[in-house]
Design a protein around this ligand. Structure first.
Ligand code: GLN
Length: 278
């Protein structure tokens, strides 16, 4: 990468620096506080020493593999802008399926719980589309809860945020729906040491076991916190649908089924608490 120097114009940087870096416009715009259009209309503007240093650092970090969302501090999910930090998983497009399924199934004025909310993407997206809903979300990480709070505030939605180790702090509460995108990658999976995942919080990605332990725990505890006929909806890995349906069957859920994401992969499975006790 040719050095980025004070006095270089926006046009020069975009033509000559890091041509291999597909996101250099995004990063340059972020560093200078300019939109894509402004980068064009102000292409002859020269960088100050501080700006040149900031751009050079962002480019170098991206080339070293840091996710673009951590460098810019934002990611879009369900049409909404979310703040993200390295304390939270970066929202994935396939998780929008979970949000859609939840929005379609939540009864009017229903209470929904998002377990392991991270940046709050699922909870805030549901709360934003369903202003009638009472949305709660838990996470074990205080740092994640800070980010989730900021996202709820940014979108002006009410989300009850609580620090909890899964159900531990929820005694006495009940919900019409529980949703979760828990850590489900198998310990040692090669994806954990590749691409963006290297920079994400490992405890949000893997259960450090067979990939099913968090899903198993959430499913086995859900009935105690769900109203009768309430839905439990869970995102899981590309090859876990059958195992998750089997766990739901074992826990006496009904209407157990899986739904495919846009890539055609069974990505969410769920079921309802029975309306009568068997
Ligand atoms: N879908 C993510 C990935 O494979 C994993 C998210 C998770 O573990 N909940 O990168």
């Amino acid at each position: 990468m040719s050095a980025i120097l004070a006095g270089d114009t926006i046009d020069t940087v975009l033509r000559l620096s890091a041509p291999e870096l597909a996101e250099r416009r995004i990063l340059l715009g972020h560093a200078l506080g300019l939109t894509r259009v402004e980068l064009i209309t102000r292409s002859e503007q020269a960088l100050t020493p501080a700006q040149a240093a900031a751009v050079a650092e962002l480019f170098a970090r991206r080339i070293a593999g840091e996710p673009i969302a951590y460098l810019t501090g934002t990611r879009e999910f369900y049409g909404l802008r979310f703040e993200v930090t390295p304390a939270v998983l970066i929202p994935r497009p396939e998780t929008e399926l979970l949000v859609e399924l939840a929005i379609d199934r939540l009864p009017r004025q229903g209470r929904v719980l998002d377990m392991g909310t991270g940046c709050g993407a699922i909870a805030v997206a549901i709360a934003n589309s369903r202003r009638d809903a009472a949305v709660s979300a838990i996470d074990l990480s205080d740092a994640a809860l800070v980010v989730a709070r900021r996202n709820a505030t940014y979108h002006a939605v009410q989300v009850q945020l609580l620090r909890s180790d899964w159900y531990a702090a929820l005694a006495g509460q009940s919900f019409d729906m529980i949703v979760a995108n828990p850590p489900y990658i198998v310990e040692g999976d090669h994806h954990l040491s590749e691409g963006d995942l290297r920079f994400e919080p490992v405890d949000a990605l893997t259960d450090h076991a067979d990939g099913l332990s968090a899903l198993r725990y959430i499913i086995s505890g859900a009935t105690a916190f769900l109203e009768r006929s309430g839905w439990l909806l869970l995102e899981h890995g590309y090859d876990q649908a059958e195992a998750v349906r089997s766990l739901l069957d074992t826990a006496q859920f009904t209407e157990v089924q899986s739904w495919a994401d846009l890539a055609g992969i069974a990505r969410v499975s769920g079921g309802r608490r029975r309306s009568v006790t068997l």
